[in-house]
Design a protein around this ligand. Structure first.
Ligand code: GAF
Length: 382
């Protein structure tokens, strides 16, 4: 990918760029908990956005998306918002840096990626994190710390892309480290790295290829439900709510809001259980919690779809230790923790059964936990 971008950059802009990358992410457990002040457990993966960037001495950004074969130029004031949706991510990052007192001047960029789009692997956070990291390095002498870079990406989603997301995806993209998952407390923003090497198991994503689109999606509605219940219970976020509090106020909220909150409170417990279980190497408990999450996301949070529920059912039939929808939902992938001895049979079975039912094969994506945002060394390939 780097070589291709180098050539495209040279032919379009005629100068020699620097290269920056950031990654998509998985999340072992803790879904829809980030904007509720809860815990998440993500890691960056070996699917990247790679950007070639050079200062151009003007006050304009000239950006070419190699994957979309689309070129756009834009200025850096609020009035310069470009029209293609993909450019909002780059523009938003520039604006959020400027709003925080940072500097962004004109630059040229060509970028491409291999994070599957709309698969729940957070290609948009990878794009934001890549540019936040790069522009902090190029124009700001790295004055923003990593957490601020994650917040710049998140604010880009809120203010320029219409998704009222939590911090998980940008955090994972920026902080990701090879072979490490991270447990993030989304309220205090404290985090710990956890070595992730489940000996005897494989972690694999199965992509339904049902495209999820968080923009204009019920995602924002889910968040609004949670905030309504928190207000009703008199707590800052659902992190502080208990089942007893929820049940005590049951008749003051809609069935829908009740179900959403019930899921979130249950998920909070599951994440903590998984952290303990991982430390003991107890993958049966990890797996059980993953199925619990799927069930909650499907029945209570209602962000699943027929295809994802089917993938989950087939995983169970094949004896997969843990399986669940990953990411925002409404399509995308399941994440599966599979014993080595059952892996080949699971992949063959799920591929054949899914294709027979939906007319297309799912994508099988083995997970490699990798580094997040970074500047590429001269000899580094991606
Ligand atoms: C999406 C959001 F961007 C995240 O912030 C998170 O809420 C996730 O859905 C669900 O856990 O990826």
């Amino acid at each position: 990918m780097k070589e291709k971008l180098k050539q495209l950059f040279a032919s379009r802009f005629g100068s020699i760029p620097m290269f920056y990358a950031s990654a998509g992410r998985i999340n072992l457990i803790g879904e829809h908990t980030d904007y509720n002040g809860g815990f998440v457990f993500p890691g960056a993966i070996d699917k990247y956005i790679l950007a070639a960037i050079n200062i151009n001495g003007t006050d304009k950004v000239r950006a070419y998306s190699a994957d979309l074969d689309d070129y756009v130029e834009f200025g850096l004031t609020e009035a310069d918002k470009p029209s293609p949706q993909w450019a909002d991510y780059v523009f938003g990052v520039c604006r959020e840096i400027i709003k925080r007192g940072g500097t962004v001047k004109g630059f040229d960029t060509v970028f491409a990626g291999n994070v599957p789009l709309g698969a729940g692997l957070s290609s948009s956070a990878a794009l934001e994190s890549c540019f936040a990291f790069a522009l902090n390095d190029i124009f700001n002498d790295n004055k923003f710390d990593k957490m601020e870079l994650a917040k710049i990406g998140q604010a880009t989603e809120h203010n320029y892309c219409g998704v009222n997301c939590g911090i998980m995806d940008q955090f994972a993209s920026i902080f990701g480290k090879k072979n490490m998952l991270m447990r993030l407390d989304c309220r205090s923003l404290e985090y710990q790295y956890y070595p992730y090497n489940p000996v005897g198991y494989k972690t694999v994503l199965v992509n339904s290829k049902v495209k999820h689109e968080l923009v204009d999606s019920p995602y924002n509605k889910r968040r609004a439900s949670c905030e309504r219940v928190a207000r009703l219970l008199g707590v800052e976020t659902l992190r502080d709510a208990t089942m007893a509090m929820l049940d005590g106020a049951r008749d003051k909220m809609s069935d829908e809001d009740y179900k959403r909150a019930l899921y979130v409170i249950g998920e909070k417990e599951r994440v903590l259980k998984v952290c303990d279980a991982l430390e003991r190497g107890d993958y049966d408990t990890v797996g059980e919690c993953m199925y619990g999450t799927h069930d909650g996301l499907s029945r209570l949070y209602e962000v699943s779809c027929d295809e994802l529920d089917y993938l989950n059912d087939v995983a169970r039939e094949c004896g997969v230790t843990g399986s669940r929808i990953m990411g925002g939902g409404f399509g995308g992938c399941t994440i599966n923790l599979v014993k080595d001895s059952l892996y080949d049979n699971f992949i063959a079975t799920v591929t054949a059964k899914f294709a027979a039912r939906y007319g297309h094969e799912p994508d099988i994506i083995p997970v490699v936990i990798s580094d997040g945002a970074h500047k590429l060394a001269n000899d580094e390939e991606l």
